[in-house]
Ligand binder design. Structure first.
Ligand code: ATP
Ligand code: MG
Length: 233
């Protein structure tokens, strides 16, 4: 496993949000974390990235405990994070936004603009456009590509399909497929169960801050009761 989250308990102030959350990701795997509004999905990602460090439990990344490191230290070890609001700089061009994603790496073989443009030609066409001239789908693509500029081995995506038209959701799905083809693992947080299941090797369900299910997509799809209990809108 490249990532092993073990019995993490995370709080906002006095509010206990995550309870003994366990989760693993193998090299190159696409894993989804599903659950309703307020279930604890974003908090799980924030716990892994050190943005809201867990008070108890461990986050092991490439064999090393990282739960006491700062977010930028964790990112530099090869963990990319695309937050729900995407954080595109509106006054900067697409290319400048991408350049901001590159930083001095602990590991060799970085991604370059040429490689990003080769995989996502749409971004090259848009490279001079400012962040605020992009559609929601273009911003999402840029946010994912910017995370790639940090040469991650795992990218955490927080609800990338949210607010996008179905045709654009398909593009984002293809982009996630490209990451997997490049050997990059993905932890995909979603409320769009169908979209997530189509892309994933394995799935977790979180509800009220506890992991209620971990298994294959086929196991989840066969379990109507599980789906209606934890994933119904
Ligand atoms: N900054 C915060 N301070 C206090 N409580 C918070 C904070 N952020 C989130 N919470 C609470 O923590 C719980 C889990 O929130 P979280 O954002 O992890 O859920 P989520 O599964 O990502 O939901 P959504 O699908 O709405 O994004 C919720 O009850 C939420 O109200
Ligand atoms: Mg969230």
């Amino acid at each position: 496993m490249i990532l092993t989250v073990e019995k993490i308990n995370t709080f906002y102030g006095d509010s206990h949000i995550l309870f003994d959350v366990d989760l693993t990701i193998a090299e190159g795997e696409v894993v989804s974390l599903l659950g309703r509004n307020g279930a604890g999905k974003t908090t799980t990602l924030r716990s892994i990235m050190g943005l809201t460090p867990p008070r108890e439990g461990s986050v092991r990344w490439l064999g090393e405990e990282v739960q006491r490191l700062k977010p930028h230290q964790i990112a530099r070890k090869g963990l990319g994070f695309v937050p729900e609001d995407r954080r595109i700089f509106s006054r900067l061009s697409v290319e400048e936004n991408l350049e901001i994603g590159a930083f001095k790496l602990e590991r060799a073989s970085g991604w370059t603009l040429e490689r990003i443009y080769g995989l996502f030609p749409k971004l090259e066409q848009l490279k001079a456009h400012k962040g605020d001239q992009l559609s929601g789908g273009e911003q999402q693509m840029l946010a994912i590509a910017r995370a790639l500029m940090g040469t991650p081995k795992l990218v955490l995506l927080d609800e990338p399909s949210e607010g996008l038209a179905p045709a654009i959701v398909k593009d984002v799905g293809e982009m996630i497929g490209t990451l997997q083809d490049e050997g990059i693992a993905v932890l995909l947080v979603e409320q769009n169960t169908r979209f997530a299941c189509r892309l994933s090797d394995r799935v977790y369900i979180i509800d009220n801050g506890r992991v209620r299910f971990g298994g294959t997509v086929a196991e989840l799809e066969a379990d109507e009761e599980l789906k209606s209990r934890y994933l119904a809108v």
